[in-house]
Design a protein around this ligand. Structure first.
Ligand SMILES: Cc1cc2nc3c(=O)[nH]c(=O)nc-3n(C[C@H](O)[C@H](O)[C@H](O)COP(=O)(O)OP(=O)(O)OC[C@H]3O[C@@H](n4cnc5c(N)ncnc54)[C@H](O)[C@@H]3O)c2cc1C
Length: 424
């Protein structure tokens, strides 16, 4: 086959075996799509040439990091070439600039460790940071608990290099902390889910490593009280580095009882003072038990065999009412609706645990409608992928979708970059 020979010329070896294709057919959603060819680029020139040859035959090209995506972004739903970035993982710390230059396949946790050697800090911390890649984080604009203080991945992206759907390489931004010369086109790539370009290099902003960190656990008897407390904590002038929520059902799975907020502070001497202020206002207990929170996701399957996990966002003012809505919905629908997550920035993981997928999907539709009705967003960090395409129309009108489609055409005129994601 023409494309296979062309890929062999670029890479020396192209993987087409049954086992390897199966390996790259899945991501964290558990949904699947089989690639026809799997390649492992080692430099940007290979990436560029791959897109060029794929374009000739209009074959899909799908970038893949670690496959931990929660919306099906890396699944080759229309076959094609999967480009796995695990071999492009160089990390260079520019200490005096407080910038890190990385290749997309670098594991985010490795970047964090590397910059810490210089007393520097890369704050974004998706819960998957020890195994997801920075390329995947940028393409999904990943968040995490610390986004409430520092912002999501794109807040730290100073520059990018990428290959568009015609095989052209672009370099945008770089080591400058500020830059308003022209359109910030590289920012469009953040959260574009591999549909606008294949990212080959990333410039990340770093900050000094905060010396102190402490946390406290607050218990509330109703979800609404916890929601109101979020609004108050965000205005106390203590700038939490995490503000996480556990609903009553979620907490019961890890041996607690009640609705909880975990408030974490990072910084210097002000940390102690901030924790004192929170304890004075809300009481609170040692947050050590929060470690158990990490074990929560698999424990959800004790409730029911099927999990439909969404990552909705609400304006903070809407949180108390939205939490009340979730309790009511759970009672009415008869399925478990387990909420937890990054409530400080309005981002909640709503896990619908059900016996039959169709029943669960109906509950998810009601959640999404309520979110959009309250001015929220269908996704705060996992992206649209294949999972949320049906809800995209709820959030965006025809003019907005049309503008996005036109942008997609400019970057990828033949639609070969990650087809079937965000758009049908
Ligand atoms: C246990 C667990 C916890 C998680 N916690 C969080 C969390 O707290 N916050 C959060 O935001 N997410 C979280 N996630 C979701 C997921 O880890 C993130 O979306 C992550 O950014 C995906 O990175 P990845 O390397 O696995 O990318 P993949 O899943 O391989 O790909 C994700 C998307 O990025 C695109 N992509 C990958 N590399 C490139 C590239 N070089 N150029 C262009 N596009 C590319 C792919 O095409 C795909 O669309 C979690 C997932 C799991 C399994």
């Amino acid at each position: 086959m023409k494309i296979e020979n062309a890929l062999k010329e670029i890479y020396g070896k192209v993987y087409t075996g049954k086992e390897i294709k199966l390996l790259y057919s899945y991501d964290a959603t558990g949904q699947a799509g089989e690639p026809e060819w799997v390649v492992f680029p080692e430099n940007e020139e290979q990436v560029r040439k791959t897109v060029e040859v794929a374009l000739e035959e209009k074959i899909p090209v799908i970038a893949r990091g670690a496959g931990t995506g929660q919306s099906g972004g890396s699944l080759p739903v229309h076959g094609g070439v999967v480009m796995v970035f695990t071999r492009m993982k160089r990390i260079e710390v520019l200490e005096r600039d407080m910038v890190c230059v990385v290749e997309p396949g670098a594991i985010t946790g490795r970047i964090k460790k590397e910059v810490e050697k210089y007393g520097l800090y890369y704050p974004p911390d998706p819960a998957s940071f020890e195994f997801s890649t920075i390329g995947g984080n940028v393409a999904e604009d990943a968040g995490g608990p610390r986004a409430v203080k520092y912002g999501v991945t794109s807040s730290f992206v100073l520059g990018l290099e990428w290959v568009d759907g015609t095989g052209k390489l672009y370099r945008w931004g770089g080591r400058n902390i500020k830059d308003v010369s022209g359109y910030p086109v590289h920012k469009l790539l953040c959260g574009s889910e591999g549909t606008l370009g294949i990212i080959t290099k990333i410039y990340l902003k770093l900050i000094p490593l905060p010396p102190e960190r402490d946390a406290v656990l607050l218990r509330f008897s109703t979800p609404e009280e916890a929601g109101e407390a979020v609004l108050e904590i965000m205005r106390m002038g203590i700038s939490p580095s995490s503000l996480e929520y556990l609903s009553e059902k979620a907490s019961s799975l890890i041996g607690l009882s009640g609705n909880y907020l975990m408030v974490e502070l990072e910084g210097g001497e002000e940390v102690e003072e901030g924790i004192r202020k929170i304890r004075e206002r809300f009481g609170g207990e040692e947050a050590g038990i929060w470690e158990k929170r990490k074990k929560l996701s698999p424990l959800l399957y004790r409730l029911a065999p099927i999990k439909i996990n969404e990552d909705v966002v609400l304006p903070r003012s809407q949180l108390p009412e939205f939490l009340r809505f979730l309790s009511k919905l759970e009672k009415e629908s008869g399925v478990h609706v387990v909420a937890f997550g990054h409530i400080g920035d309005g981002n909640l993981h709503t896990n619908v645990m059900c016996e039959k997928r169709e029943t669960g999907e109906r509950v998810v539709v009601r959640i999404m409608e309520e979110v959009v009705r309250r001015g929220g967003s269908i996704s705060g960090e996992h992206g649209v992928g294949i999972r949320k395409k049906a809800f995209f129309r709820l959030q965006y009108g025809e003019s907005e979708r049309e503008l996005m489609r036109r942008i997609k055409k400019v970057f990828d005129p033949e639609g070969i970059l990650n087809p079937g994601k965000i758009w049908d």
